[in-house]
Design a protein around this ligand. Structure first.
Ligand code: UD1
Ligand code: CA
Length: 423
């Protein structure tokens, strides 16, 4: 990582060995998803975005599932018995040894920390020459968390776990998030000194703070501004809560950049979506990861914009429209009850109600290409692969299996005959 113009080594260790019993699941807790993305994958992506040089994941329970999700992107160490958070980090010893720099400790089930928060933590740790920098928070109800013990001067002395805390310590509202930035060499040396002499009989990573302070090594903390960032997932209700927090955060960011969202509660914009200014998003709209939408568009309601879509400016995507891997040109209207998959639509087109691309033949996905200024009548089936030229008209109710050249009208339906009605 580059810190203040200097190359520094920073490793991420992600704790992912826990059981996740309260999820009541056959799957590892860490492979449950928020907005289509596994919790542990979110944490790995975060570690990458921050720019850490190596990522080591401590796996245990159902580790094959975690490995399947993360693949060869990270290094793995195995914690056979869960003997505590300090013991978990000790498993990464072979990767930490011989390295000079910092290590940040993250959790596979704490997936919505902001990149900026981690950057702050790392930068402060380097700048202030701290051997341990903790990410802490102020909680009105701190029950269950480790408490931060500071001296009169405000310097951090230790972390005391809830179960080991006395009545005075329990009053402390500053809690340990469990996320830290450590100096690698001093962490390794402190880990050697951990003893499981506490109520839970575990090797507590938190004891490292006192060990460092006793050696006269400087420690510090960053207090997180937004407490929702350090929320973890232990059960399905928390999974829903974090999804909601992320939804509101993403929606707020788009609104800040000039997008109108009519109802943030029912607008589901996944990660890394780009939307231009003055675009209006109507309720019950889902927009999947990576979609790009221009400015002055109108999207929704009940629109489902799936992966791989690129939408131009001044486009209307209306009620009950689903589009996937589709490019839509400027000023085109896709107003209602339409499915477009693997399609490329030009500028100034109008796609009639009930139109669908028949993109899947049971084996392959095929492309539909529509030129500029095409007028597609209602209830048209476009059987892909098929190309519709510029300035074309497709008659309502047509099932189009052959290309329609530019300037032509395509009609593919039986003529109507009116017969006598049987009495
Ligand atoms: C820990 C902190 C506590 C902090 C809290 C924040 C310690 C001793 N305490 O407590 O100060 O306020 O997090 O949530 O660190 N894990 C392993 N292997 C183990 C033990 C734990 O991988 O042997 C993983 C767990 O799966 C979990 C995380 O580490 O994801 C936290 O472990 P847990 O034992 O639940 O710590 P807390 O009691 O929550
Ligand atoms: Ca916990």
């Amino acid at each position: 990582m580059i810190i203040d113009g200097e190359e520094k080594y920073v490793m991420s260790v992600i704790m992912a060995a826990g059981k996740g019993t309260r999820m009541k699941s056959n799957k590892s807790k860490l492979v449950h998803k928020i907005y289509d993305k596994e919790l542990v994958k979110r944490v790995v992506e975060l570690a990458k975005e921050v720019g850490t040089d190596d990522i080591v994941t401590v796996v245990g329970h159902l580790r094959e599932q975690v490995k399947e999700v993360l693949g060869n992107d990270v290094k793995y160490v195995y914690q056979e018995e869960l003997l505590g958070t300090g013991h978990a980090v000790m498993q990464a010893k072979k990767y930490l040894e011989g390295k000079k720099g910092k290590v940040i400790i993250l959790y596979g089930d704490v997936p919505i920390i902001r990149k900026e928060t981690l950057e702050n933590l790392i930068i402060k740790s380097f700048k202030n020459k701290e051997y341990a920098t903790l990410l802490t928070a102020i909680y009105e109800n701190p029950t269950g968390y480790g408490r931060i013990i500071r001296d009169e001067g405000g310097n951090i002395k230790a972390i005391v776990e809830e179960k080991d805390a006395n009545m005075f310590e329990k009053e402390i509202k500053e809690i340990n998030s469990g996320i830290y930035c450590f100096d690698i060499e001093e962490l390794l040396s402190a880990l050697e000194e951990l003893k499981p002499n506490n109520v839970q009989g575990e090797y507590y990573l938190t004891d490292v703070i006192k060990i460092m302070n006793d050696k006269g090594l400087k420690t510090g903390a960053v207090i997180v501004e937004d407490n929702t960032e350090i929320l973890g997932v232990n059960d399905r209700a928390q999974l829903e809560l974090l999804t909601r927090v992320l939804r509101m955060r993403i929606n707020a960011e788009h609104m800040k950049k000039g997008v109108t969202i009519e109802d943030a509660n029912s607008t589901y914009i996944h990660d890394n979506v780009k939307i231009g200014v003055d675009t209006v998003i109507h309720p019950n709209t889902t927009i999947k990861e990576g979609v790009i939408i221009g400015s002055d568009c109108e999207i929704g309601p009940n629109a489902y914009i799936r992966e791989g879509c690129i939408i131009g400016n001044d486009v209307k995507i209306g009620n009950c429209v689903e589009i996937k891997k589709t490019i839509i040109g400027n000023r085109t209207k896709v107003p209602h009850f339409i499915y477009l998959g693997d399609a490329q639509v030009g500028e100034d087109c109008n796609i009639g109600c009930g139109t669908i691309t028949c993109n899947y033949d049971g084996k392959n996905k095929n492309k539909t290409i529509i030129g500029n200024r095409a007028f597609i009548g209602s209830n048209v089936n476009l059987v892909a692969p098929v190309t519709i030229g510029d300035d074309t008209l497709i008659a309502a109710g047509s099932t189009i299996t052959d290309d329609v050249p530019s300037g032509k009208m395509g009609i593919a339906r039986q003529r109507q005959i009116n017969k006598d009605r049987k009495k």
